[in-house]
Write a protein that binds this ligand. Sequence first.
Ligand code: ADP
Length: 460
Amino acid sequence: MHDELHDLITKTAARVRMRDFLWAVGISAGVGLAILFSGLAQWQIVVVGWGAFLAALAVRYRFSSGRVWAEPIQQIVESGLSAQQAEIANLKIARGVAQALPEPLFILDAEGIVELANPAAEKLVGSREIEGRHFATVLRSPDVFEAAETVVNGKKPVTVDFKTTGTVERSCRAFVAPLAAESANARSLVFIRDLTSERRLDEMRQDFIASASHELRTPLASLLGFIETMKGHAKDDPEAQEKFLTIMQSQAERMQRLVADLMSLSRIELNEHVPPRDNLDIADIAKDVVDSFAPLFDQAGAIVDFINEGERSTSIYGERDQIFQVVQNLFDNAVKYGGDPAMIKVRVGRGEAPSLVDEGETGQRAGDSAAQTAGRLGIQVDDLVYLQIRDFGPGIERAALPRLTERFFRVNVERSRKSGGTGLGLAIVKHVMNRHQGGFQIESRLAGGTAFNCYFRAKD
Ligand code: ADP
């Protein structure tokens, strides 16, 4: 384009010079002939004069100033072109920035027509043909559109909260600002942030605080009640006092467990993003837990069977204390809910953990399977180490399975409280598994028992 224009100017200048030259030749030939025929001068003088004139013209043609007068035009055109090129480059950068932004961005003209919509914007409204359409038909939020209409006239930027209506309702915040309001091409920019997950997290945090305070308030109220009674009508009744003190002790212990569990949960969450680096053997840890809790198992009448399946290594990278806590929490549950007396089978090995289906039973499952965990980690199922803690208790109903790892979720609240549960044991397990990038699966069958499977990436 630039070269073409340059050529055109040069050719036009040459054509003008040639035309001037021919005109000069023609006129001077005419004048020469007129002088000759009128007898004003001798033909030799006319021919010499005409020759000199032609020579002067040729010299002028060769070194014509035509080139010089074309130059300023060329310069003006060139500077105009380079300004345009710079603007195009800036527009390309601006478009590139808009395309790269992970958040939805629209640019609207003064009439509210969408001039630019980035891929995130297309995703938000669920359509790829947005540019050229009126904004009101693209994003069905009258508040945002009204804001865009007012800011385009040079008003200050505004922020509008709105909800999208679709299959999934999303909470969003739009930042609407004027773009080049002083120029003839006034536009407005609409930048949207999806606040759905932040809001959900906020709600979860509030729910969590509400549940945690409720859990603490119950034993606290009971403690205060007993203190009141002991100060009042049970003041001189040592037998009642003894009974109340026992209950108070168990309530205080429950509060202590609750605080300890809450603290471990927050500690795990705090460094959930830091990959654990200790070199551990899952089989050794499981055996350690079995040995250290042997007296407790005896006391509860639980029978524990430890099986290390296969010869391959069960080493992983992990954090010892946290894995110990996982195994301990799962044992704890198996003893509490795994039948009376509890029969507990602990299995460690490589690949996929044995399933209730292998025992000829159909179970319901929730959580990550071995294949899903291996797929997520980009490894073969054989490169997983599993730990399974299986009981033969009453099992868990299907609807409750996916909720077991929620904080404070219990299938039977009374039962959990009676056995000293806090409702946080499996939430802790899930968070530790997340930190270890592992998989956690629950398989259960009513009257057939439950298997809890933990999958880890094998170290070697
Ligand atoms: P809790 O402190 O109540 O034991 P957990 O988070 O450890 O809290 O477990 C949540 C709920 O899951 C328990 O209240 C119980 O209803 C159910 N549960 C856990 N383990 C088992 C199991 N082995 N068999 C049957 N139900 C179980």
